[in-house]
Design a protein around this ligand. Structure first.
Ligand SMILES: [Zn+2]
Length: 66
């Protein structure tokens, strides 16, 4: 038998320490990656933030192909 501790994921908002109810994911290199988590209250706010992160990562990837 194995016992594993489960780490709860918390909202990504700076001043928020609530357990997350939502997970943001993106599709990259054929894999689904987790961008972060959000509670219900900061869902829209975090969605904008993760969208920006996702966008800037993609742009960097295009330019930074050496
Ligand atoms: Zn929150």
């Amino acid at each position: 038998m194995e016992i594993n501790e489960i780490y709860p994921n918390f909202c990504k908002n700076d001043s928020c320490f609530k357990p997350a109810e939502y997970r943001f994911t993106d599709y990259k290199d054929g894999k689904t990656i987790t961008l972060g988590y959000s509670c219900q209250e900061h869902l829209v706010e975090n969605q904008k933030m993760f969208k920006e992160i996702s966008k800037s990562k993609k742009e960097r990837g295009k330019n930074g192909s050496r």
